[in-house]
Design a protein around this ligand. Sequence first.
Ligand code: RM4
Ligand code: MN
Length: 384
Amino acid sequence: MTSTDVLRNQAIELPSWAFGNSGTRFKVFPQAGVPRDPFEKIADAAQVHRFTGVAPSVALHIPWDRVDDFGALAAHAAERGVRLGTINANVFQDNDFMLGSVTHPDAGVRKKALAHLFECVDVMDATGSRDLKLWFSDGTNYPGQDSIRARQDRMAEALAAVYERLSGEQRLILEYKLFEPAFYTTDVPDWGTSYVHCVRLGERAKVCVDTGHHAPGTNIEFIVAMLLREGKLGAFDFNSRFYADDDLMVGAADPFQLFRILHEVRLGGGFDPAAEIAFMLDQCHNIEPKIPGQIRSVMNVQEATAKAALVDINALTAAQNAGDVLGANAVLMDAYNTDVRPLLADLRSEQGLDPDPMAAYARSGYAERIVTERVGGVQAGWGA
Ligand code: RM4
Ligand code: MN
């Protein structure tokens, strides 16, 4: 694929939850105009696609986005030029899940967790979604609290039951996270654990790399390279972090890391649509306006992709093979240090879009309109 092909074909999936209120365990600051239901979240997500042209799908989180009629929600999305994407399960907010969900020591609780995962597959059937993304908060806080080995057995059993339930093109995407809310052990803490479970499950089980879910200093592009080699990279949850799972705008904290990751994606053929990698955002905009926060994030991914696409692979390989350390590094840095904004502005103009999505959205009046229109009701947020 040529570099312009990569940019033209790029598709970045938005998280419905980025449009609702969010915060930290200390405070959620509500914002005026925030959606009251999944239909309004989709309407907001469609604005991001309208101005960027590269965000055609929206991931749902169940039960936050549960509606009576998913067909109607899909039609609502289609009318606005977007579609429903990945279904994210939530087995971390029910009182019964204090000691775990699918790895809970009590079989009754495990059954309840599994029932929710099955419900998510039903939702996928109704929305036509390809991917079920599973992130488990399961783990322990204290040494000896539960058996590490038994919990892995329970995890494997639950995953197998869910995998069995999928049909056709549907996929199971297993996300890992180092810690939090569990502080001693987490049942799927790293890519190795996720990979091992996915290999056992089969072809249509793949790993999700959430960029905020690693220990500081982890070389994420190395993980990406390894997963691509094995055909097991299923999805990204993009965001950025300074300390832990900060969920800040992707590319904000470390744009160079994002570039390095996307360079590995390119080398591993991950931009080819046949690789079926879901490039998703998983973010929360706690103090900044949400729609512009998403537009900025999408542009950050686009810019890093454009830079990765500019790397002169022939020159890089030649320098590498000649043992030219500084030369090889310079090839990479030349691409990274290129200002790709004019190139992307031209590409947008060519596609009939405004070259400056942030300014175009601000001018559109949409932000003011939702503030006036969305009065009454309960604003969406985590848990709504
Ligand atoms: C988790 C994980 C999941 C996301 C939830 C909201 O930390 O990143 O992907 O669904 O947060
Ligand atoms: Mn995530």
